[in-house]
Design a protein around this ligand. Structure first.
Ligand SMILES: *Cc1c(COP(=O)(O)O)cnc(C)c1O
Length: 224
């Protein structure tokens, strides 16, 4: 069994933290196991990375049944007809992008007597193809969804557009952090968002400099 590049990634997380005056324990490393065999997922857990990210519910259901001791993160688009399984297995759903979806999550969570932790996916880039809520609708959406009893909004998630250089992702990450700050100032009494899920293999250090608390890493962790 090969060792994953965990040590190298952790060192890069540490130096991004040092550079920006943050503590490494503020950052959760999520091993993105999409399109990888169940063996890769169990390898990550065995080597101490217990947060696993999947973008398809069905793939996650299969891996979930074979791996214990992991926390599961849904990072891909969620269709309403997959919500039941998603609520059953995921600790955190990063990709809530409509009130309709949130209502269905709430409904299934009630049935399972679960409070489902979620992030609201924000479309920080103008690219047409991406899922997510427009930033200027973010505050309203968070307010509406926070009214659902069996959902707990932990924070926001975004995906930066494909870029030639990591630095090009910075404005999108900054925009997400600013939106979190605005929402927290606005809703000071009722709840506070703590989580920012942003940064992937090519740009996680920039994301950390801009306030990320969860980096979602596939290639840089598994491919040598
Ligand atoms: C695939 C994927 C990742 C991981 O991408 P890498 O470039 O392999 O690190 C992170 N987040 C989302 C939403 C993804 O779909």
């Amino acid at each position: 069994m090969n060792n994953l590049n965990i040590l190298e990634i952790k060192q890069r997380i540490d130096s991004a933290c040092r550079k920006s005056g943050r503590r490494p324990d503020e950052i959760t490393l999520i091993a993105v196991v999409k399109n990888r065999p169940v063996g890769s997922a169990s390898q990550a857990v065995a080597q101490g990375v217990i947060d696993l990210g999947e973008n398809r519910v069905q793939e996650a259901v299969i891996k979930y049944s074979q791996i214990s001791g992991a926390r599961w993160h849904l990072i891909g688009h969620l269709q309403t007809n997959k919500v039941k399984d998603a609520v059953r297995i995921f600790d955190l759903i990063h990709s809530v992008d409509s009130l309709r979806l949130a209502r269905e999550i709430d409904k299934q969570a009630v049935k399972l007597n679960k409070i489902q932790d979620v992030l609201i996916e924000i479309k920080t880039s103008p690219e047409e193809s991406k899922f997510g809520i427009e930033p200027d609708k973010g505050i309203e959406m968070v307010k509406l969804i926070s009214g659902l009893k069996n959902i707990r909004i932990k924070g926001l998630m975004t995906i930066a557009p494909l870029a030639d250089a990591p630095e090009q992702s910075r404005p999108y990450f900054r925009r997400l952090r600013e939106l979190k700050d605005i929402i927290n100032a606005d809703s000071a009494a009722s709840f506070q968002l703590s989580t920012l899920s942003m940064g992937m293999s090519d740009d996680f250090e920039i994301a950390i400099e801009e306030g990320s608390t969860m980096v979602r890493i596939g290639r840089a962790l598994f491919d040598s």
